[in-house]
Design a protein around this ligand. Structure first.
Ligand code: IYR
Length: 223
């Protein structure tokens, strides 16, 4: 691979008051995000999806290989095919494959094998993780920390969707192989997440659940 060289970091110090304001704003904004299963069928401009994907792709990632492919589907027939295949797998999961301990923690969230969001939402974005990359010498080599990289990228995508006033749902049909087949992806790419994106339906609901407190999730070790 070519040498990239180094350039100065583009960075400006913020006043401490502004740092705290920004930290609060970021937290409030992130904390106001909710995952809903109820999407409106109202259309969303492709430009917004492109920008969310570009936001996702700013993620720090293993060896800067950017091991992701985002497939954004608005084609109604293709969304329908994704839904049918996802529901088939999910029905097997919910009816036979899901151990009782798993069902126990899912039941308060109201999830089931019916995935209407896959056809209601105007866009379904499928994130594929690239397990291999083509080297300059024409041979295939591995990617590194592709799962972590794509996880961070998905987080940034979700945040961008939230900031533009839309909603998304991280759907994980399992197994996901059908997505590579339906979307014609090469075998070194593995579907990781399915994210319908759109407006919430009028009257959209979310489960009445709460986030853990700072004390529950963190340990500070000082002096
Ligand atoms: N993949 C299934 C089941 C599911 C699993 C977890 I963990 C969730 O937090 C939610 C759902 C589905 O998408 O329904």
């Amino acid at each position: 691979m070519d040498e990239v060289g180094f350039i100065p970091l583009d960075w400006a110090k913020l006043p401490e008051r502004v740092m705290l304001e920004q930290a609060n704003l970021a937290y409030q904004e992130n904390n106001s995000r909710r995952t809903t299963r109820h999407f409106s069928t109202q259309s969303v401009d492709r430009k917004l999806i492109e920008l969310a994907i570009q936001s996702g792709s700013t993620a720090p990632n293993g060896a800067h290989l950017q091991p992701w492919t985002w497939v954004a589907v608005s084609n109604a027939e293709l969304k329908q095919r994704i839904r049918i295949a996802a529901e088939e797998e999910e029905r097997r999961t919910y009816d036979h494959r899901m151990p009782e301990a798993w069902a126990e923690v899912l039941s308060p969230l109201g999830t089931d094998a019916v995935k209407e969001h896959l056809t209601d939402a105007p866009w379904v974005v499928v994130l594929f993780k690239q397990k291999k990359r083509l080297r300059a010498n024409g041979e295939w080599g591995p990617t590194y920390y592709a799962t972590e990289s794509c996880g961070i990228a998905a987080g940034l995508f979700i945040n961008a969707v939230h900031r533009m006033g839309l909603v998304t749902l991280t759907h994980t049909p399992s197994p996901m192989k059908f997505l590579g087949d339906l979307l014609d992806r090469p075998s070194h790419e593995e579907a990781m997440l399915v994210m319908p994106v759109g407006y919430p339906a009028p009257g959209a609901k979310v489960p009445d659940i709460h986030r853990k407190s700072l004390e529950e999730i963190s340990i500070f070790m000082e002096e």
